[in-house]
Structures are given as C-alpha cells and as structure tokens.
Design a binder for this molecule. Structure first.
Ligand SMILES: *Cc1c(COP(=O)(O)O)cnc(C)c1O
Length: 360
C-alpha cells in the first residue's frame, strides 16, 4: 500500500494512524462484536464514543462549561443560515466582514433573514488581505459580528481576533480550527465543517455560548435551533455517528501529537517552507499580504499560466495530488492541514524546484 501526498482542500487528508485504527476497529469495535456504524446512537457504547470526542475537543481548545459543543449536519453552509436564525433576534441586523468567497456566501445567506451591514470588505483589492481592526466600522445596532478566520480559497487568514466592540463575535473556522491555539473565550460562536481539519465530511462542529441560546426566530425548522441540539446532546435525531467517531479519533491523535501548541509549530514550519519556495522564485507567486498568508491553504500561480496543466499532470505523476486551485480562481493551491505530514510539503517543494528547472 502506498499513500500519496494529498493536498486536497476538503474533504482533505486524514492522519494515517487514524485510518489504521478505524480499519482495525471496523468490523468489531473493542470486542463488542459490531462496527461503530452498526450501533444505536443511544447505546452506552456509542454515547461513550460521542462524549469522549466532545471531551477531547474541549481539552484541545480549552473550552469552558459556558459553551455548548454541538456536532451537527448540513456542513458549514447550513451554519450560514443557522447563525442568523439563532442570533439575529429582534434586531434583524448583523455585521459581517467580507474577505472572500466564504464570507460572501455567509453574507448572502444572512440577507435572507435580515439586514447585513458590512463592517469591512477587501473586495476592491481582490481579497488579497484581511482588513485591520482600525478599518472595521461595526454597526452598533447589529446582533453580532461575523467573520471568516481563514478564507480557504483565497488563502487569506486573519492575524488577529477582531474586537467586536461589545457585539457577540461569530467565526467561521472551517479551515483553520485546531491549526493553532485559540482563546475560545474571545468568541461567542465558532463553527467549522469537519472535512478540512477535523475529520471526514458529514459533520459540523459548533461551539456556542449557552447564554445565546433560546432566541431563535419564529417559524424556523426545529433542526435549525441550537437550543434543541444543545438540550439533546446533539442527538435530537440520528447523528452522523461514524463521522463523529472518526473526528474523535482525530482529536485523540492531535492530543498524542502534543496538542495545538505542538501542531502549530509544525504547521508554521510547513507553511514557511512552502512560502519560501514561492518567494525565492520568479516562477511562482502568491498574491496575499505577508501577514495574512494562510498557514493552511497556500494558493500560487505560475508566471506562465500555460504551464499549469503540465504542472498538475507532472505533480500527479510524482504522487502529489489535488493541487489544482478552486474552480472559481484557477491556479494552484496546496492545502496543508494538520494531517498533511511535513514530508509531503518537502516533496512538493522539491518538485516545484525541479519543475522550474525544466520549464522556467
Ligand atoms: C469548506 C468551507 C465552507 C463550506 O463547508 P461545507 O461543509 O461544504 O458546507 C464554509 N466556510 C469555509 C471557510 C470553508 O472552508
């Protein structure tokens, strides 16, 4: 068996050790004689798996009991609706920072439920950076401030946590949750689709301050009410049991790596190597402002765009997979999430140098 280097933006690479453990347990989980996939979500066995996953996530991020941790379905995209439905309240207004494709989608969805006031947008600069705190103009009548910590497509990551001037702060952390330590106490709600840095597709983590629950807009589906999920320990209906279990294995793997401080050091090193390869060459380029360069998603272009398909084909032949940029922007993108080993980044950097020698 040979596992290739996987730079997919999502669903993304999972730690090999996690897949091996899942493989070892797939027919018979811990001597119980059945697979996790075949268990009742109400069984003692499964409840222990679900609780352990939540506990490990709480430990990794140091989440206090002031917050409810939810494991939901519908992806981060459903959160684009659930956030306004649950938090807009009577104000029916919310403030958003626009830094690219994902925040733009969140804004469009929020507009279905109320007014959106833009606290800042970098659209005029083609989303090549995050706005500074001093550029934020936050509507004091808004119910919350929403931003995207890491734009997965543009490769733009905030280098600070915005001061929301007293408003609840909501963050879409889909592509950089667990990449480095973060003080959850600065946030009122954090959400993240799992398929980037948590686990397989099909599950979404929401960390929400309990004090915000219970203000859901009238007439909305039961499944869009955080309080319902919070009261039911994310088992109001059948949860995505296997994805939850696999996410739990990833949390255990992260703890075994030394937690978020340890993984952050590795991530910083991986990103530095890749950006150095881009910056020391005239052949490759990345348009993002230095302080906002993402440590998870690294888009880059070739000076000669006509070489792109050759680059991708030769990369694939060298076992470097999924380097094509998002269909909306083109170019290349290497996603180097927690589960992508440093050796994969080394292999990519070598390939880039070699490709430039041949075609540059
Ligand atoms: C991938 C992604 C989403 C969308 O996630 P789905 O689970 O496909 O709905 C939203 N926001 C960000 C930042 C993402 O990276």
């Amino acid at each position: 068996m040979s596992r290739k280097h996987n730079f997919s933006a999502g669903p993304a690479a999972l730690p090999t050790a996690v897949l091996e453990q899942a493989q070892a347990e797939i027919l018979d989980w811990q001597g119980k004689g059945l697979s996790v996939m075949e268990m009742s979500h109400r069984s003692d066995e499964y409840v222990s798996i679900a609780n352990a996953a939540e506990q490990d996530l709480r430990e990794l991020l140091n989440i206090s009991d002031e917050y409810s941790v939810l494991f939901l379905q519908g992806g981060a995209t459903s959160q684009f609706a659930m956030v306004p439905i649950n938090l807009m309240g009577e104000k029916r207004r919310a403030a958003y920072i626009n830094t690219g494709v994902w925040s733009d989608k969140a804004i469009k969805e929020a507009k279905r439920y109320g007014e959106v006031s833009l606290a800042a947008t970098t659209e005029a600069e083609k989303f090549c950076r995050a706005p500074a705190q001093s550029e934020l103009s936050i509507d004091a009548n808004a119910a919350y401030l929403h931003y995207t910590t890491n734009e997965t497509i543009g490769g733009v990551q905030f280098d600070y946590i915005p001061d929301s001037q007293g408003l609840p702060l909501v963050a879409d952390m889909s592509s950089d949750i667990l990449a480095r330590p973060v003080d959850v106490n600065n946030f009122d709600l954090i959400y993240a689709g799992a398929q980037k840095n948590i686990g397989p597709a099909g599950i979404t983590v929401v960390i929400v301050k309990r004090s915000l629950l219970g203000n859901t807009l009238a007439g909305m589906p039961t499944m869009y009410d955080y309080q319902v999920h919070s009261k039911a320990d994310s088992m109001n209906n059948t949860p995505p049991t296997y994805a939850w279990y696999l996410s739990g294995l990833v949390f255990k793997w992260l703890k075994a790596q030394g937690g978020l401080e340890a993984i952050a050091k590795i991530n910083a090193r991986k990103a530095a190597k890749l950006y150095a390869a881009i910056d020391t060459s005239d052949f490759y380029a990345n348009p993002v402002a230095l302080k906002n360069r993402s440590i998870m998603n690294v888009p880059f272009t070739l000076a000669d765009a006509s070489l792109e398909s050759k680059f991708l084909a030769e990369a694939e032949a060298a076992d470097l997979l999924n380097l094509q940029g998002h269909r909306s922007v083109g170019g290349m993108r290497a996603s180097i999430y927690n589960a992508v080993p440093e050796s994969s980044v080394d292999a990519l950097v070598s390939f880039m140098a070699e490709f430039e020698k041949r075609w540059g």
